[in-house]
Write a protein that binds this ligand. Structure first.
Ligand code: HEM
Length: 238
Protein backbone atom coordinates (compact mmCIF):
# COMPACT_ATOMS: atom_id res chain seq x y z
CA UNK A 1 0.00 0.00 0.00
CA UNK A 2 1.37 3.48 -0.90
CA UNK A 3 2.48 5.66 2.04
CA UNK A 4 0.33 8.76 2.53
CA UNK A 5 2.46 11.76 3.58
CA UNK A 6 -0.54 13.28 5.33
CA UNK A 7 -0.69 10.19 7.62
CA UNK A 8 2.99 10.12 8.65
CA UNK A 9 2.71 11.10 12.35
CA UNK A 10 6.22 12.40 13.12
CA UNK A 11 6.73 14.26 9.85
CA UNK A 12 3.29 15.80 10.24
CA UNK A 13 4.10 17.05 13.76
CA UNK A 14 7.45 18.39 12.56
CA UNK A 15 5.65 20.15 9.72
CA UNK A 16 3.28 21.88 12.17
CA UNK A 17 6.13 22.77 14.51
CA UNK A 18 8.39 24.27 11.81
CA UNK A 19 5.48 26.43 10.65
CA UNK A 20 5.21 28.02 14.10
CA UNK A 21 8.60 27.99 15.79
CA UNK A 22 11.17 29.21 13.31
CA UNK A 23 8.90 30.45 10.50
CA UNK A 24 6.09 32.11 12.49
CA UNK A 25 8.59 33.84 14.75
CA UNK A 26 10.66 34.91 11.74
CA UNK A 27 7.59 36.44 10.08
CA UNK A 28 6.82 38.42 13.22
CA UNK A 29 10.34 39.86 13.31
CA UNK A 30 10.21 40.46 9.54
CA UNK A 31 6.95 42.38 9.68
CA UNK A 32 8.44 44.50 12.48
CA UNK A 33 11.58 45.31 10.44
CA UNK A 34 9.45 46.14 7.38
CA UNK A 35 7.24 48.41 9.50
CA UNK A 36 10.27 50.53 10.41
CA UNK A 37 9.98 51.81 6.80
CA UNK A 38 7.10 53.94 8.15
CA UNK A 39 9.78 56.15 9.70
CA UNK A 40 11.75 56.59 6.50
CA UNK A 41 14.63 55.07 4.51
CA UNK A 42 17.45 55.76 6.98
CA UNK A 43 15.64 54.06 9.88
CA UNK A 44 14.71 51.02 7.76
CA UNK A 45 18.28 50.70 6.39
CA UNK A 46 19.63 50.91 9.94
CA UNK A 47 17.40 48.02 11.06
CA UNK A 48 18.41 45.91 8.05
CA UNK A 49 22.06 46.71 8.81
CA UNK A 50 21.56 45.62 12.45
CA UNK A 51 20.32 42.24 11.18
CA UNK A 52 23.33 41.91 8.89
CA UNK A 53 25.65 42.71 11.81
CA UNK A 54 24.50 39.55 13.65
CA UNK A 55 27.45 37.12 13.87
CA UNK A 56 27.03 33.79 11.99
CA UNK A 57 24.03 35.28 10.14
CA UNK A 58 24.35 32.98 7.14
CA UNK A 59 24.31 29.88 9.38
CA UNK A 60 21.31 31.25 11.29
CA UNK A 61 19.54 31.88 7.98
CA UNK A 62 20.38 28.41 6.63
CA UNK A 63 19.37 26.44 9.74
CA UNK A 64 16.76 28.81 11.16
CA UNK A 65 14.98 29.89 7.98
CA UNK A 66 15.93 28.17 4.70
CA UNK A 67 15.98 24.49 5.83
CA UNK A 68 12.76 24.74 7.91
CA UNK A 69 11.15 26.71 5.06
CA UNK A 70 12.21 24.12 2.47
CA UNK A 71 10.93 21.23 4.61
CA UNK A 72 7.68 23.03 5.52
CA UNK A 73 7.01 24.03 1.87
CA UNK A 74 7.87 20.71 0.19
CA UNK A 75 5.98 18.63 2.76
CA UNK A 76 3.08 21.12 2.62
CA UNK A 77 2.87 20.81 -1.18
CA UNK A 78 2.92 16.99 -0.85
CA UNK A 79 0.04 16.90 1.65
CA UNK A 80 -1.88 19.49 -0.40
CA UNK A 81 -1.57 17.21 -3.43
CA UNK A 82 -3.20 14.44 -1.36
CA UNK A 83 -6.03 16.70 -0.21
CA UNK A 84 -9.53 16.10 -1.52
CA UNK A 85 -11.23 19.52 -1.38
CA UNK A 86 -15.04 19.26 -1.29
CA UNK A 87 -15.99 22.91 -0.83
CA UNK A 88 -18.52 22.72 -3.65
CA UNK A 89 -20.31 19.76 -2.07
CA UNK A 90 -20.21 20.96 1.55
CA UNK A 91 -20.15 24.74 1.85
CA UNK A 92 -19.20 24.90 5.55
CA UNK A 93 -16.83 27.65 6.82
CA UNK A 94 -14.30 25.11 8.14
CA UNK A 95 -14.33 23.38 4.76
CA UNK A 96 -13.37 26.63 3.02
CA UNK A 97 -10.70 27.30 5.66
CA UNK A 98 -9.22 23.84 4.97
CA UNK A 99 -9.16 24.67 1.24
CA UNK A 100 -7.62 28.16 1.81
CA UNK A 101 -4.93 26.72 4.05
CA UNK A 102 -3.73 24.50 1.20
CA UNK A 103 -4.26 27.09 -1.57
CA UNK A 104 -2.29 29.78 0.33
CA UNK A 105 0.46 27.23 1.07
CA UNK A 106 0.95 26.46 -2.62
CA UNK A 107 0.84 30.16 -3.55
CA UNK A 108 3.39 30.99 -0.81
CA UNK A 109 5.77 28.34 -2.13
CA UNK A 110 6.02 30.25 -5.45
CA UNK A 111 5.83 33.71 -3.85
CA UNK A 112 8.63 33.05 -1.36
CA UNK A 113 10.91 31.57 -4.01
CA UNK A 114 10.42 34.75 -6.05
CA UNK A 115 10.74 37.02 -3.00
CA UNK A 116 13.94 35.49 -1.59
CA UNK A 117 15.67 35.29 -5.00
CA UNK A 118 14.58 38.85 -5.68
CA UNK A 119 15.53 40.75 -2.50
CA UNK A 120 17.88 38.49 -0.57
CA UNK A 121 19.97 37.39 -3.55
CA UNK A 122 19.13 39.91 -6.35
CA UNK A 123 18.76 37.09 -8.85
CA UNK A 124 15.65 37.94 -10.87
CA UNK A 125 16.82 39.12 -14.30
CA UNK A 126 14.87 42.11 -15.59
CA UNK A 127 13.86 43.05 -12.04
CA UNK A 128 16.17 43.68 -9.10
CA UNK A 129 19.76 42.44 -9.52
CA UNK A 130 21.16 43.98 -6.29
CA UNK A 131 21.07 41.69 -3.22
CA UNK A 132 20.04 43.41 0.01
CA UNK A 133 22.78 41.36 1.72
CA UNK A 134 25.93 43.49 1.55
CA UNK A 135 23.88 46.52 0.47
CA UNK A 136 21.88 47.24 3.60
CA UNK A 137 22.59 50.97 3.23
CA UNK A 138 20.36 50.98 0.14
CA UNK A 139 17.80 48.34 1.23
CA UNK A 140 14.96 50.89 1.21
CA UNK A 141 15.68 52.09 -2.32
CA UNK A 142 15.98 48.48 -3.61
CA UNK A 143 12.51 47.60 -2.24
CA UNK A 144 10.99 50.98 -3.06
CA UNK A 145 12.07 51.04 -6.71
CA UNK A 146 10.63 47.56 -7.16
CA UNK A 147 7.33 48.51 -5.50
CA UNK A 148 6.90 51.37 -8.01
CA UNK A 149 5.81 48.59 -10.40
CA UNK A 150 2.12 48.14 -9.62
CA UNK A 151 2.07 44.44 -10.50
CA UNK A 152 4.95 43.73 -8.09
CA UNK A 153 3.19 45.63 -5.30
CA UNK A 154 -0.03 43.70 -5.98
CA UNK A 155 1.87 40.37 -5.80
CA UNK A 156 3.25 41.50 -2.42
CA UNK A 157 -0.25 42.38 -1.19
CA UNK A 158 -1.33 38.84 -2.04
CA UNK A 159 1.86 37.44 -0.45
CA UNK A 160 1.13 39.32 2.80
CA UNK A 161 -2.56 38.33 2.87
CA UNK A 162 -1.68 34.68 2.14
CA UNK A 163 1.01 34.64 4.87
CA UNK A 164 -1.29 36.31 7.41
CA UNK A 165 -4.05 33.76 6.77
CA UNK A 166 -1.72 30.76 6.58
CA UNK A 167 0.07 31.61 9.83
CA UNK A 168 -3.02 32.62 11.84
CA UNK A 169 -5.16 29.65 10.79
CA UNK A 170 -2.09 27.40 11.13
CA UNK A 171 -1.87 28.50 14.78
CA UNK A 172 -5.49 27.47 15.29
CA UNK A 173 -4.91 24.05 13.67
CA UNK A 174 -1.77 23.63 15.78
CA UNK A 175 -3.64 24.42 19.02
CA UNK A 176 -6.38 21.90 18.17
CA UNK A 177 -4.09 19.16 16.84
CA UNK A 178 -1.67 19.34 19.79
CA UNK A 179 -4.57 19.10 22.26
CA UNK A 180 -4.01 22.63 23.61
CA UNK A 181 -7.62 23.67 22.87
CA UNK A 182 -10.07 20.82 23.43
CA UNK A 183 -13.71 21.79 24.09
CA UNK A 184 -16.07 22.88 21.31
CA UNK A 185 -16.58 26.35 22.80
CA UNK A 186 -12.83 26.86 23.35
CA UNK A 187 -12.16 25.84 19.74
CA UNK A 188 -14.74 28.32 18.49
CA UNK A 189 -13.19 31.16 20.53
CA UNK A 190 -9.69 30.24 19.35
CA UNK A 191 -10.91 30.24 15.76
CA UNK A 192 -12.29 33.80 16.16
CA UNK A 193 -9.03 34.87 17.80
CA UNK A 194 -7.03 33.45 14.88
CA UNK A 195 -9.25 35.27 12.36
CA UNK A 196 -8.62 38.49 14.29
CA UNK A 197 -4.90 37.77 14.28
CA UNK A 198 -4.99 37.23 10.48
CA UNK A 199 -6.69 40.61 10.09
CA UNK A 200 -4.11 42.29 12.33
CA UNK A 201 -1.14 40.79 10.42
CA UNK A 202 -2.76 41.75 7.07
CA UNK A 203 -3.28 45.39 8.04
CA UNK A 204 0.19 45.82 9.57
CA UNK A 205 1.88 43.98 6.66
CA UNK A 206 0.07 45.95 3.95
CA UNK A 207 0.72 49.23 5.72
CA UNK A 208 4.44 48.36 5.80
CA UNK A 209 4.44 47.58 2.06
CA UNK A 210 2.71 50.88 1.25
CA UNK A 211 5.36 52.71 3.34
CA UNK A 212 7.88 51.97 0.56
CA UNK A 213 5.86 54.03 -1.95
CA UNK A 214 4.23 56.60 0.35
CA UNK A 215 5.82 58.09 3.48
CA UNK A 216 4.09 56.72 6.60
CA UNK A 217 2.15 54.13 4.58
CA UNK A 218 -1.62 54.42 4.88
CA UNK A 219 -1.39 56.47 8.08
CA UNK A 220 -1.55 60.29 8.33
CA UNK A 221 2.04 61.51 8.06
CA UNK A 222 1.79 63.32 11.41
CA UNK A 223 1.75 59.90 13.10
CA UNK A 224 5.21 58.92 11.82
CA UNK A 225 8.53 60.00 13.20
CA UNK A 226 10.44 62.14 10.71
CA UNK A 227 13.96 61.14 9.86
CA UNK A 228 15.95 63.53 12.04
CA UNK A 229 18.77 65.57 10.46
CA UNK A 230 19.83 63.20 7.68
CA UNK A 231 23.55 63.57 6.96
CA UNK A 232 24.96 63.56 3.41
CA UNK A 233 25.91 59.87 3.84
CA UNK A 234 22.27 59.01 4.58
CA UNK A 235 22.89 58.03 8.22
CA UNK A 236 20.75 59.51 10.99
CA UNK A 237 21.85 61.57 13.96
CA UNK A 238 19.58 61.18 17.00
C1 HEM B 1 6.03 44.35 2.96
C2 HEM B 1 6.35 43.25 2.32
C3 HEM B 1 7.74 42.69 2.38
C4 HEM B 1 8.95 43.36 2.26
C5 HEM B 1 9.18 44.86 2.02
C6 HEM B 1 10.00 42.38 2.44
C7 HEM B 1 11.35 42.67 2.38
C8 HEM B 1 12.37 41.74 2.44
C9 HEM B 1 13.77 42.02 2.25
C10 HEM B 1 14.36 43.42 1.99
C11 HEM B 1 14.44 40.84 2.39
C12 HEM B 1 15.98 40.64 2.29
C13 HEM B 1 16.51 40.72 3.71
C14 HEM B 1 18.00 40.65 3.81
O1 HEM B 1 18.71 40.25 2.90
O2 HEM B 1 18.45 41.01 4.90
C15 HEM B 1 13.47 39.81 2.66
C16 HEM B 1 13.75 38.47 2.90
C17 HEM B 1 12.82 37.50 3.22
N1 HEM B 1 11.45 37.67 3.33
FE1 HEM B 1 10.45 39.39 3.03
N2 HEM B 1 9.44 41.15 2.67
C18 HEM B 1 8.05 41.29 2.64
C19 HEM B 1 7.10 40.29 2.81
C20 HEM B 1 7.39 38.97 3.14
C21 HEM B 1 6.40 37.95 3.37
C22 HEM B 1 4.88 38.14 3.26
C23 HEM B 1 7.07 36.83 3.70
C24 HEM B 1 6.40 35.54 4.07
C25 HEM B 1 6.80 34.78 5.08
C26 HEM B 1 8.50 37.11 3.64
C27 HEM B 1 9.52 36.23 3.90
C28 HEM B 1 10.88 36.46 3.69
C29 HEM B 1 11.92 35.47 3.82
C30 HEM B 1 11.72 33.99 4.21
C31 HEM B 1 13.15 36.12 3.53
C32 HEM B 1 14.58 35.52 3.57
C33 HEM B 1 15.13 35.80 4.95
C34 HEM B 1 16.62 35.90 5.04
O3 HEM B 1 17.32 35.67 4.05
O4 HEM B 1 17.11 36.23 6.11
N3 HEM B 1 8.65 38.43 3.30
N4 HEM B 1 12.22 40.39 2.69
Amino acid sequence: MAIKFSNTFLLRKLHQLTGIVPLGIFFFVHIYTNSTALNGPAIFNKHVQDIHDIPYLLLIEIFGIFIPLLFHSVYGVLISAEAKPNVLGYRYGRNWFYFFQRATGIFLFVFLLFHILNFRFGLIPGLNMIPVAGNAYRAFSIVSSEFQLTWVLVIYFFGILATAWHLAYGLFLFAVDWGIVIGEKAQKMTMYASLGFALFLSVVGINAAVAFVRPCGLLPQALCEDVKKPTPSGTVQF
